[in-house]
Write a protein that binds this ligand. Structure first.
Ligand code: NAP
Length: 358
């Protein structure tokens, strides 16, 4: 028997969730129930769907509902998450509303699937930049222990939804045509074409942004390290899809570049990680493509390739001699796939494997 599945939200994340369901051959009973704020027909994941206007009756009888709506009081999971779980469904939620609430599991399947007990059927998927960092650093933490994390991000415009993707493309076209660039401050505070903005989400009184603090708090919750010192700088860059991160780790014990690469290249120790790290002269380095040695590192463009779209790519692994037991790495993932849709579909697959769903 297949699963009765709902998808709330038809932006880029909702589209990718449907793609992942199809690609993973998740058995679906009947039609996917696709939901947004108003009824219409839409092409999603190359299929035509009747998108239904959200209402309580749509959640009845569903086994699992993927939420990819907007956040906040009028957002999808605040308004409809409890309606879905009360109707008996599992909720797998891309939004940030419940991630840090006690009792709500915040899950990256490669790291902490055991935190799902079934007591609360509303499961949260972390922020996109947090997911890829957790996948990349958890294996190092398991192996030697992490004392401190310093991360700087380079995040794509699609992290702010469909409207931001459209805004970015309009700005690029205007620049190319020599026209004035009109920026919409409700999306990005300043024009993003040909610029980088150290500003993602709202500023807090501390001077940090909400996005930066999400990386701190969510990483601690996922990895079960409530006191781990973590500091983040989140930067929006003029890229459509894909987030990169420069991650600096201070470890509890020394770890050579070679040993770090051996851990990260081992599927059992580092599930979900693909190492793209030259030069290929190093027998422990895995070179995944033919390229000049100095180019053997992952970039945002690489995660658009079919073979990497669900992976967390790690490269530029090197010891950091400026601190005791320091290690640097570069980490890249598709924010719409592993940073959102893929992670949620993997959560549902893990529930199925554990006999909790289906
Ligand atoms: N983009 C990323 O990289 C990323 C990564 C991780 C997590 N997320 C999270 O994933 C969610 C979706 O992201 P997105 O980029 O796809 O957003 P988006 O482009 O803004 O799309 C949001 C969708 O949600 C629907 N929606 C909004 N409020 C709703 C409500 N109250 N009830 C039902 N449907 C509602 C909208 O419906 P209409 O089309 O009818 O307006 C729209 O289809 C957000 O919570 C976001 O924070 C995004």
């Amino acid at each position: 028997m297949g699963l009765r599945i709902g998808v709330v939200g038809v932006g880029p994340v909702g589209d990718r969730i449907i793609r992942c369901i199809r690609e993973q051959n998740i058995p679906v009973e009947g039609e996917l129930v696709v939901i947004a704020t108003r009824e219409r027909t839409e092409i999603l994941a190359d299929e035509e769907f009747l998108v239904r206007e959200v209402g309580p009756e749509l959640f009845e009888g569903l086994d699992v509902v993927f939420f990819a709506g907007r956040e906040g009081a009028k957002g999808a999971s605040v308004e409809w998450g409890k309606v879905a779980t009360d109707a008996g469904a599992w909720v797998v939620d891309n939004g940030g509303d419940f991630r840090m609430e006690p009792g709500y599991p915040l899950i990256v399947p490669e790291v902490n699937m055991d935190a799902v007990t079934g007591e609360n059927k509303h499961i949260c998927s972390p922020n996109c930049s947090t997911i890829q960092m957790a996948v990349a650093i958890a294996p190092i933490h398991r192996a030697v222990g992490i004392k401190r994390v310093v991360v700087s991000t380079y995040q794509a415009t699609s992290g702010w939804g469909l409207a931001a993707m459209d805004q970015f493309e309009e700005e690029i076209k205007a620049c190319a045509a020599g026209d004035e660039v009109n920026c919409d401050p409700s999306i990005f505070a300043r024009a993003i074409a040909h610029d980088c903005l150290p500003h993602i989400d709202r500023f807090l009184d501390t001077g940090y942004t909400k996005e930066e603090m999400k990386m701190v708090h969510e990483t601690r919750k996922i990895m079960g390290v409530p006191d781990m010192p973590i500091t983040a700088t989140a930067v929006r860059v003029p890229v459509l899809i894909g987030h990169s991160e420069s991650i600096n780790l201070e470890l509890d014990a020394p770890l050579s570049r070679e040993d770090a690469l051996a851990i990260l290249s081992d599927e059992e120790q580092a599930p979900g990680v693909v190492v793209v790290d030259g030069p290929s002269k190093d027998p422990l380095a895995i070179s995944v493509r033919e390229a000049p040695e100095e180019l053997q590192y992952p970039t945002q463009a690489d995660v658009l390739r079919d073979e990497y779209k669900d992976a967390v790519l790690v490269g530029r692994v090197r010891e950091d001699p400026s601190v005791e037991n320091g290690l640097n790495m570069w980490c890249v993932a598709d924010n719409l796939r592993k940073g959102a849709a893929t992670n949620t579909v993997q959560i549902a697959q893990a529930l199925m494997q554990r006999g909790m769903l289906g």
